[in-house]
Each structure stands twice: as structure tokens, then as C-alpha cells.
Write a new protein. Sequence first.
Length: 332
Amino acid sequence: IVAPRVTKLLAADAAGIAEAARVLKVGGLVALPTETVYGLACDATDPHAVAGLYAAKGRPSFNPLIAHVPDIDAARRVGHLTPAAETLARRFWPGPLTLVVPAIEGATSELARAGLSSVAIRVPAHPVAQAVLRAAGRPIAAPSANRSGHVSPTSAAHVSADLDGRIDLILDAGASAVGVESTILDCTGEVPVMLRPGGLPREAIKEALGAPLASPAPRVVEEAEAGEAPLAPGMLASHYAPTIPVRLRAREVKPGEALLTFAGAQPPGAEQAVARLDLSPTGDLVEAAANLFAHLRALDSSGAIAIAVVALPRHGLGEAIADRLRRAAAPR
Ligand code: TXA
Ligand code: MG
């Protein structure tokens, strides 16, 4: 049970940013824009604030949080950057990349790390996130600002729909540019392992490392999908879920269904769809990622009995899109 809070909604101007930093410093919960999705922020060093954040999201407390910092120097105070992490941080931060490295004890609360000896670190590029992080002056834990298991928010309205009355403040800076969460790489070993495809495509990382990425061992994936393993809980099978069923690689639209299409594709039955949205009429995967969560939410409330989704390309951001759609369609 979460004690009700009055949720303020402010524009992300200088006054809003100052208020966000103030609320964070006293242990409050602030939804703020990043370039990937809106995050629900709290002081990562304050176990009470972190406990409140888990409760507001309804998130299982074994699921660790990403520590957000403004730059690589601040990152070095939170975790030990391994050689691969160092290379990738220099190349891609600030940006949609999260690096898991050995944690520096005491730099973030154990609860925020869910007891792990590693820590996930991200340096967001969004100017509002940057300004809040600098003003707060401490690592900030920020999962996506949705109820656990729901579709991630790419606007202040999405945040409000999920968390109004459960958090202290929402900073509104319009729609998120990238639209899917950061790519997460485990850099604790010799070869980085991709734990979650996201806003930075695999191809760019491969190119920077001059070597392919490793994939998690099949056993690890299995345990994570069964909800057992604490190592990469973001890989829980059912996630990003609309309230109605999602049907992938649809080749036709069945009666009562809504259609989520791409590049103008019109499968048989499309004219009868309850609602129809195109992720990118021109076939641009960057645009498709930016539209994904907003389109899922819109079709979810269209009155349809299910969402039929056409097949999409898998390269570039297509890998992250496919991952989110697979979880949205997973049995609950
Ligand atoms: O783009 C993003 O990453 C957004 C914005 C707000 O920054 N944040 C986000 O956080 O997506 P969240 O909590 O929804 O997802 C973080 C994922 C979780 O799946 C968690 O299991 C994983 O990161 N994670 C955190 N710490 C980890 C660790 N030490 N080892 C492995 N996975 C970790
Ligand atoms: Mg999330």
C-alpha cells in the first residue's frame, strides 16, 4: 500500500529543474525526461527514497536500478570502469547506453543495487536530465516511470496515467526522442555481454569495440525469464504489456483487432481494423522506436480486443523494438 501523494506537474524550465533537485535532495520521487523514456528518479544513496520508489512502481525489490550521473568522472565515483567500459563510455556517453561494472561500496545504497556487487551506470544526454543530475549532486536511481510491467512512458501524460498520486513531481519536456530504453551491457567480464537491446544499436557497439558482443548464456536467459535470476531482471518475459493481447508477425487483421503497422504495410483486413497506426510510414526504424510505446498505449485504449503487429526489420533499432514487442506479447 502506497501513501497517497500530491503529484505536481511542472514545465522543465529553470524553476522546474530547481524544484526537481530540491525534491530529490529531501528523498522525494520525481519523474523526469531523458532521451530514451521518462525516468522515475530518486536519491540512489538514500535507502528510504529507494524503498518508496519501488513501492510507487510496484516493482519487485530484487530488480536493481540504474544509477544516473552527469558525466564519466561522476561515474568513476560509483563504479570501477573496466577497460571495455572505459572505451564505450568515452565513445557513447552521454547517450542511450548503460554499463554494468563492479560497484564501489557505499557510493549507492545496497537496496538500489538489489544487493548485487555490480552497478548499472548511465549518463543521459537529455539537457533536462543533465541539469537535474548536476543540481542534485548525487547519483540518481531512475527506472522507467511506469507501473512495473506496464508500457514505458515517452511523455508526461503517460507518466501521469500510471503514477499520478503516487509520486511528488513530474517534469514535462515533451516527447522522448529515442523512445526505447538504453542498451544495457554487462562489462564486468572480459567480453561485454548485451543484457538488453536498446537505444544504442548493437552494430555501433561492435564497431567501437572492434569485436562482436557476447550474448548471455542460455541458462541465464531461462532463469531470468522464469523470474528467478537477479542478474538481469529486465529480461522478465512479460513486460511492457498493454492490457489487451498483442499478436506478432500478423499477416492479416482479425475482426475486432487494432493494427500496428510499419512502412505503410496493409495486410488483408487492415481496412476493418478498429484502429490503425503506422510506426513509420517511410520505414525509418529510428522513427519507429520513438513512436513504439505511444502507439501501443493508444491502440490499447482504442476499444480493440487485441493488437495485431506486422513483422519489422531486425537491424539497428529493430532489435530493441523486436525485444519490447516480444515481451508485450508474452503470456502474463
Ligand atoms: O533508458 C533507460 O535505461 C531508462 C531511463 C529512465 O534512463 N531506465 C530504465 O530503467 O530503463 P529500468 O529500471 O526500467 O531498467 C533497468 C534495467 C533493469 O532491467 C535491471 O534489471 C537492469 O537494468 N540492471 C540494473 N542494475 C543491474 C546490474 N547490476 N546488473 C544487471 N542488470 C542490472
Ligand atoms: Mg522499465
